[in-house]
Write a protein that binds this ligand. Structure first.
Ligand SMILES: [Zn+2]
Length: 203
């Protein structure tokens, strides 16, 4: 099966937004927030819907005492999503110079949602996470936005460890990205066979 961020199953899901507010994750749970800036643009990556923050708290509580969740990304505005998508397009264009824009966009949307389509991070329901133990980030194998050839046993076990914690808290994973988890968005609704997603995109 081929995966895309706007999974074909998710395209048929209707949205009934429950109007939950975006909240600052760090007000709910002790996490490490990674900051990323693109040029002069500061990315505010610490906001998610309230239920998501509470679920991250739950996930965090099931970690060993010496470990904390690392948050790489939460809610993304259209502007930030567009920058991420363009960046992915650019690196694909370098790899496959003969491809046309349509093909490039389709391939790019396997790993970064097309800002014109369904974008999990624009709903505030998606979060990119990792784990740090004793002050060091666990080796999950990095953020590979291209198909991985081989994943070592250790990294596979580490990813399972993260998955156990996040699934127990109620999140669903996007299978091509060990770090991407969501709740309430269209992808979640498709996986969980819900009639409606509960978070629409926040403009
Ligand atoms: Zn993500």
């Amino acid at each position: 099966m081929e995966y895309y961020m706007d999974n074909y199953l998710a395209r048929n899901i209707k949205v009934k937004d429950n109007r939950e507010k975006l909240v600052d994750i760090s007000k709910y749970v002790d996490v490490i927030i990674k900051k990323e800036n693109i040029g002069k643009i500061k990315i505010k990556n610490r906001f998610v819907r309230k239920s998501v923050a509470l679920m991250l708290k739950k996930a965090s509580l099931s970690l060993p005492r010496n470990c904390r969740l690392i948050i790489y990304d939460g809610y993304r505005s259209l502007k930030i999503q567009t920058i991420f998508f363009e960046r992915q397009l650019k690196s694909l264009r370098k790899r496959y110079p003969s491809w046309n824009l349509k093909k490039l966009k389709k391939e790019a949307s396997k790993y970064v949602a097309d800002p014109e389509g369904i974008c999990p991070h624009k709903t505030g329901g998606a979060v990119d996470v990792s784990i740090s133990c004793n002050g060091r980030e666990i080796d999950f194998g990095g953020f590979n936005l291209f198909k991985e050839k081989k994943i070592s046993l250790e990294r596979r076990m580490n990813r399972k460890f993260l998955a156990r914690i996040m699934e127990k808290a109620g999140f669903v994973n996007y299978p091509l990205e060990w770090w991407h988890w969501s709740y309430g968005d269209m992808y979640w609704a498709a996986v969980k066979k819900k009639k409606f997603s509960i978070y629409s995109e926040i403009k």
